[in-house]
Each structure stands twice: as structure tokens, then as C-alpha cells.
Design a protein around this ligand. Structure first.
Ligand code: NAD
Length: 488
């Protein structure tokens, strides 16, 4: 049900299988034009209460379905998203500012694949069994869904990250109340229109739109929501941890990063440079896994920097719906200002900006002059203690610095509060293993970036998170285990 008011798109909450209007709305901007184009429900306690009730009511039937029945429904939903891939990609690009190419090739295919992946993996889990023959006992474990799962997702990869939570939660037999980011709610709302056709029973997936402070906290504080899966900033995670503590909720927290790339002098630069460009600037640098500290060994530092800057300058920034554009718009005016301020602070500290913000001219089409754009920016001569080397910027800004020894670079790479992802570039296999083992990082990619096998754990150390997601990890998070002993 798409309502139009003054040509604006008006979203509605999806509760118990029905689209339900809200009494108040939040403006949502198109980041590439700076104009309001959509109204998002400003939900609060009342809407969350209704959604939790619908999810609770749906739980007995959904949780008693066989994994195979649930798997067939998830696969059907994947088919329907794939069928509408272009419409979803257009909507994601408009709502988030990302390039249409990125939405077409990464966000939406992965959103569909998340359902397909968990539709398959749910069929292949085995539980444990041990025997105490002398006592005549057999022990085994049994797993059951937990109940109503609260799912909270960020704005950078909207449908991709939301489905990464919804798919395992419902595959395991839980019902859900999800709250996407208030800045990027459109594709979640579009997906609600496909649920019935896929065979998802009413109340299994409920989506409540709104801000973190109102809708998000109402969900986190609801006594009938025993688990919260959250992806977002470390600051918000601290608040969620505090608010959920009185209920002893089970939490999965996927948070920010300050990810290093370590490039040794025996690296294959023909592979390393294009991949490090992507790892720094893909999706405007708005991926938690993006590289923002590049450590290059002294022997190749000058050559790397020269080639890296030359290649960065070739990246085209502009209208996200132009398929030749590499860098779209940042999510909001406030975020753009925040990212630009980091560049200013680095300059004030004596760092050099080699290309991008403040150095090169940004040439935008007439329709995009008020959009939230910035050029990919490379900073050097920046100290490790600088805020640009310590804090998550979450924009198209990367710092390049030199190092001498393996021992030194491991220490410097680990010298931040975060520990999400790292990349290591070297053709020395022994070194690659040594360094990977010593990095304080939940994910280490060597000689590549963002190559994921969803079977394996995903998540961060230190301030980058608590818990892991993946085939086995998500299964364990979204189920409750019981040990049963049988004496014969
Ligand atoms: P955010 O923490 O501001 O918001 C994330 C979500 O939490 C939104 O839906 C928001 O409305 C909600 N929220 C905000 N305050 C809340 C509260 N008090 N209670 C409940 N919910 C609340 O993060 P963001 O700005 O949307 O996203 C960017 C951040 O997400 C970055 O730090 C990035 O690194 C991180 N991120 C991490 C991963 C990962 O997998 N580790 C993936 C993507 C993004």
C-alpha cells in the first residue's frame, strides 16, 4: 500500500501482516539532491507494543513448523527479491545515496542471498551427543527458537544488513520485530509487500519504523523481547547494553571499526592498489569493514602513495544513478560535515591532504548541487595518535603512513580501541600467517578484501562488538540450547 501525499512517499509500519499508518512521521532525505522525498513513521512504545504482541501470537505456529517448511518460505522470499532486484536497487540508491551499481551488484543480491543461505544452512545443523556407557547414560543437546527477536540495523547497507538478521532469526523459528534505520527505511517497507506472497505467516516478520531513541529503545526495553541483534555504532551499543541490562537480554553487537591495511614491500601492487582503493572508498567509505589506516613498508611507500593517489583521482563522484559513477552521496548533511571536519582537523595537526576534500574541485551535475557529496580523500603525514587514525570516520577518507618492521606495524595496527577487520598484503606465506594471528581483529583478509564465506564467523573484537554472526554462530544466537540426559 503506497500512499502519496504532496508526491512524497509515505511509509507505514508492518504489524501482524498489515500496513498500519502512524500518527506522526519523520522526514527522510534523498542524499543525492538534499530534498525530502519520503515520510517515515515516527513510531514509539505503542507501535512496538502492537508489533511485539503480533510476533508473540505468531510464535507458536511458526516455531512448530519443520526447518524444511521454513526453508521453502525463505527460498521463495529470496526468489521474489531477486525478481524485483532492479526496483529494490533503484530504491536503495535513492534512499541511501549509494551508487546504483553498488546497490545492483552488492546490496540487493546479498539481501536475497541471505535468505537463500539460511534457508539452506538451517537444514544442516546437527546437535551434540555423548555417551557415559559405565553409567548407562546418553546425553544430547536440543535447540529451540528463543521467542520474539528484536533486530536493529544501520543505514549503510540497509536491506543487506536487515536481512542478515531476519533470515537466521526466522529460519530458526523465532518471530521478529525489526527496526531499520530511520534514514533508510524504504527497501525494508518494500520487502514487507512480498512477505505474504512468499508464504510468511502474519506476525512472523513485523517492521516498526522510527528513531533509535523512541522506537529502538522501546524495543530494547520490552520485557517480551528476550534477545536483541544490533548492528550500528559503539556508542549506541553501550546505551542498548545499559537499557537491556535489567532484563538480562541476550545481545549480539556488530559495531564500528578502524580497519588497517598492512602492505609489506613484497606485496603484489597490481592487485593491492585496486583492492585497497575499493576497501577505502567503496560505498563512500560507509562500510564497517572499510580500510581507513594504510600502513606501507618504507621500501615501497613512495611508489605506493604515488600510484594510489593517481588511481584515487580517477574515481568519479556524482549522481548515484549514473552507472559510470564510483562514489555517490553520503547519508546526510550532518554526516558529510562530520567527515569533512576530520579532514580539517588532520590539516590543523600538520597532516597533508594529497587529493580530494579541499584539494580538488568537485564537479556535480545541476540536479545534485545540494546533495551530500565529497571526493575520495587521501591523507598522509598523520600521527598515529591523531583522531583521523583513532576514530571511525565512516566516509571516503583514508590515511597512508609508512612503517619499517613487522613487529612495529603489528603494534601500531593494534593501537586503536576497535578490532573489526584488517587486510595484510605480502607474498611471504609465513609472514601472512604470523601477522594474521597477532592482529586484534575479528576478520583478517590477506591479499584480498571482503571475500566472505557466510558459513564462518563474522564480528569484531574490542570496541567492534560482542558475538559473531554466520551459519553456526547465528544458529546458536537465535536458539536456546538444552542438555538432556537419558539413563537406560
Ligand atoms: P547508529 O548506532 O546510530 O544506529 C544504528 C541503529 O540503531 C539505527 O536503526 C538507529 O535508529 C538505532 N538506534 C540509535 N539509538 C538507539 C537506541 N538508543 N536504542 C535502540 N536503537 C537505537 O549507527 P548508524 O550511524 O546507523 O550506522 C553506522 C555505524 O554502524 C558505524 O559505526 C558502523 O561501523 C556500524 N556498522 C557496523 C557493522 C558491523 O557489522 N560491525 C556493519 C555496518 C555498520
Amino acid at each position: 500500500m503506497m500512499a502519496q501525499s504532496k508526491a512524497l512517499l509515505v511509509l507505514e509500519n508492518f504489524i501482524g501482516g498489515k500496513f498500519i499508518p502512524c500518527s506522526s512521521y519523520i522526514d527522510s532525505y534523498n542524499p543525492s539532491t538534499g530534498e525530502v522525498y519520503c515520510k517515515v513513521p515516527d513510531s514509539g512504545k505503542e507501535e512496538v507494543e502492537a508489533a511485539v504482541k503480533a510476533a508473540k501470537d505468531a510464535f507458536p505456529i511458526w516455531s512448530s513448523k519443520s526447518p524444511l517448511e521454513r526453508s521453502q518460505i525463505l527460498n521463495k522470499l529470496a526468489d521474489l527479491i531477486e525478481h524485483d532486484l532492479e526496483a529494490f536497487a533503484q530504491a536503495e540508491s535513492k534512499d541511501q545515496g549509494k551508487t546504483i551499481t553498488f546497490a545492483r551488484t552488492v546490496d540487493i543480491p546479498r539481501a536475497a542471498y541471505n535468505f537463500r543461505f539460511f534457508a539452506s544452512s538451517i537444514l544442516h545443523h546437527v546437535t551434540e551427543c555423548t555417551e557415559m556407557a559405565t553409567l548407562g547414560c546418553v546425553h544430547y543437546t536440543s535447540r529451540a527458537p528463543v521467542g520474539v527477536a528484536g533486530l536493529i540495523s544501520p543505514w549503510n547497507l540497509p536491506l543487506y544488513l536487515l536481512t542478515w538478521k531476519i533470515a537466521p532469526a526466522i529460519a530458526c523459528g523465532n518471530t521478529v520485530v525489526a527496526k531499520p534505520s530511520e534514514m533508510t527505511s524504504v527497501t525494508a517497507w518494500m520487502m514487507c509487500k512480498l512477505l505474504e506472497k512468499a508464504g510468511v505467516p502474519h506476525g512472523v516478520v513485523n517492521i516498526v519504523f522510527g528513531t533509535g531513541a523512541k522506537a529502538g529503545e522501546a524495543l530494547v526495553c520490552h520485557p517480551d523481547v528476550p534477545l536483541i541483534s544490533f548492528t550500528g555504532s559503539t556508542l549506541t551499543a553501550q546505551r542498548i547494553t545499559e537499557k537491556s541490562a535489567p532484563h538480562c537480554k541476550r545481545l549480539s553487537l556488530e559495531l564500528g571499526g578502524k580497519n588497517p591495511a598492512i602492505i609489506f614491500d613484497d606485496a603484489d601492487l597490481s592487485q593491492c592498489i585496486p583492492t585497497t582503493l575499493r576497501s577505502s572508498f567503496a560505498n563512500q567509505g560507509e562500510i564497517c569493514l572499510c580500510t581507513s589506516r594504510i600502513f606501507v613498508q618504507r621500501g615501497i611507500y613512495s611508489e605506493f602513495l604515488k600510484r594510489f593517489v593517481a588511481e584515487t583521482k580517477k574515481w568519479k563522484t556524482g549522481n548515484p544513478s549514473d552507472p559510470t559513477v564510483d562514489v555517490g552521496a553520503l547519508i546526510s548533511k550532518e554526516h558529510l560535515e562530520k567527515v569533512k571536519n576530520y579532514v580539517k582537523k588532520a590539516q590543523a595537526e600538520g597532516a597533508r591532504v594529497l587529493c580530494g576534500e579541499g584539494v580538488d574541485a568537485l564537479d556535480l551535475p545541476p540536479g545534485n548541487q545540494k546533495g551530500y557529496f565529497m571526493l575520495p580523500t587521501v591523507i598522509t603525514e598523520v600521527k598515529d595518535e591523531s583522531c583521523c587514525m583513532q576514530e571511525e570516520i565512516f566516509g571516503p577518507v583514508t590515511c597512508v603512513v609508512a612503517f619499517d618492521t613487522e613487529e612495529e606495524v603489528i603494534k601500531r595496527a593494534n593501537g586503536v580501541k576497535y578490532g573489526l577487520a584488517a587486510t595484510v598484503w605480502s607474498s611471504n606465506v609465513g609472514r601472512v600467517h604470523r601477522v594474521a594471528r597477532r592482529l586484534q581483529s575479528g576478520l583478517v583478509w590477506t591479499n584480498c578484501w571482503l571475500v566472505r564465506d557466510l558459513n564462518l564467523p563474522f564480528g569484531g573484537m574490542k570496541a567492534s562488538g560482542i558475538g559473531r554472526e554466520g551459519a553456526k554462530d547465528s544458529y546458536e544466537f537465535f536458539t536456546e540450547v538444552k542438555t538432556i540426559t537419558i539413563k537406560h
